[in-house]
Design a protein around this ligand. Structure first.
Ligand SMILES: Nc1nc2c(ncn2[C@@H]2O[C@H](COP(=O)(O)OP(=O)(O)O)[C@@H](O)[C@H]2O)c(=O)[nH]1
Ligand SMILES: *[C@@H]1O[C@H](CO)[C@@H](O)[C@H](O)[C@H]1NC(C)=O
Ligand SMILES: [Mg+2]
Length: 378
């Protein structure tokens, strides 16, 4: 039988239970009841209903500015190995944050091996535009059979002995970037490109479209940093170039940028080159007759393998000779770092771009930079 005391006890227990149930199902920011509950309360999503509409004056990312009225026929291009994923992600994050989240340009990734699912998923997830992944044909990557491997190996071994940077590696990549990236299948539908490498930094907001600048001002090549090449990697590049010029003088416009690459009217190369890990350029310029013939001429010498011709001097000489100097653009407002050098915009440009770099750390005007030679041309 139920005694009155026991009856009162049961009723009190029920009341206490009911109180707890009501307390914990009710929205209560002061009390954490479980780990999930804490996570919910801390994340933006958890405290807002899923159909949250920001009130006027408060905006989410995409609302910051309207979609641009005009876009260029352009893409980012990233040559990378699967193992470069971490660095590639870092570069994309900075590029998206500082520029592309407002513009949504696509990306083309290129590799001589198939990209892994992980590489594709993690990069695609970072990107506000579309992404495509291309496999480079073997014959456009590997050392061509016309190159004498014994001679090439001796050259590599000698450079390694002399501690030349990248003495033993690197050659397929340099030849590919010199003569093949702009005619990969995925690149053919574009006119302009922006080259991106793993682990680079973009320090400033870019609130105009540099591709449209290229298009509207008829530019073909854009750079941020320039410096001197190691003579040891290109002993015969200038001789090969002079031979090409002699045979094809018609490809050189009168107001070209020869004075950027030569201090004696073309007799010798002063080793100046635009640092090609950053480039914004016109793909049709590389695809054009002058540069195509120039690349074929260089490739036939075998110097990409018998020496260590880099894509930076090859592109720079090509741009300096076959374009007018006013078609080469100095992006002095793009803050950029690729180890170990950086371009940090100065003065108003630094302020306007909300740049995060130290303006005192700027490679552009140190003695080892070639940028003053560019500025002196105008
Ligand atoms: N797919 C592929 N990409 C490469 C290879 N070697 C270099 N790269 C890429 O080529 C670019 C230049 O290489 P990197 O190691 O950054 O050379 P550095 O900037 O001159 O020191 C980067 O975008 C690399 O990811 C390679 O063997 N395969
Ligand atoms: C983009 O540029 C490429 C190369 O010039 C050209 O073939 C293609 O037709 C262009 N696409 C558009 C939409 O203009
Ligand atoms: Mg690099």
């Amino acid at each position: 039988m139920m005694t009155p005391t026991r009856y009162v006890f049961i009723v009190i227990t029920l009341i206490i239970c009911l109180h707890y149930i009501l307390t914990f199902t009710h929205e209560d920011y002061g009390r954490a009841t479980s780990l999930n509950n804490i996570k919910d309360k801390w994340s933006l999503g958890g405290s807002r209903p899923s159909n949250y509409v920001p009130p006027k004056g408060e905006f989410l990312d995409e609302d910051v500015r309207p979609a641009p009225a005009r876009k260029a026929n352009a893409t980012f291009v990233i040559l990378a190995r699967n193992g470069d994923l971490t660095g590639v992600i870092e570069s994309i994050q900075r590029l998206e944050d500082r520029f592309n989240r407002h513009f949504h340009y696509p990306y083309v990734f290129l590799n001589e091996e198939p990209f892994t699912q992980e590489f594709k998923q993690r990069t695609r997830n970072m990107i506000s535009g579309t992404a495509e992944y291309g496999l480079i044909p073997k014959h456009e990557w590997e050392q061509p059979p016309t190159v004498d491997e014994n001679k090439a190996r001796e050259a590599r071994e000698e450079m390694i002995r002399e501690n030349v940077i990248y003495g033993g590696l690197y050659r397929n990549m340099c030849r590919f970037n010199s003569g093949y990236f702009y005619r990969q299948e995925l690149m053919m539908k574009y006119k302009y490109y922006w080259r991106v490498e793993p682990g680079v930094k973009y320090f400033c907001n870019l609130d105009y479209d540099p591709f449209l600048l290229m298009q509207d001002e008829n530019k073909v090549y854009g750079f941020t940093l320039s410096l001197y090449e190691y003579q040891r990697t290109i002993p015969t590049l200038w001789d090969a170039t002079k031979e090409f010029i002699r045979q094809n003088p018609q490809y050189l416009p009168r107001d070209n940028a020869m004075s950027f690459i030569s201090d004696d009217g073309g007799k010798t190369y002063n080793l100046c080159h635009f640092w090609s890990n950053f480039e914004i350029g016109d793909l049709d310029f590389w695809r054009g007759e002058a540069y195509s013939k120039y690349f074929e001429h260089l490739d036939a010498q075998g110097g990409f393998y018998y020496e260590r011709w880099g894509d930076a001097p090859v592109h720079s000489i090509g741009a300096a000779l076959f374009a007018r100097k006013d078609q080469i653009h100095y992006f002095d407002d793009i803050g950029y770092r690729h180890e170990p050098f950086q371009k940090c915009p100065q003065g108003d440009l630094h302020t306007r771009g909300k740049c995060s770099c130290d303006p005192n750390d700027d490679f552009s005007h140190v003695p080892y930079s070639c940028t003053y030679r560019y500025e002196r041309m105008f």
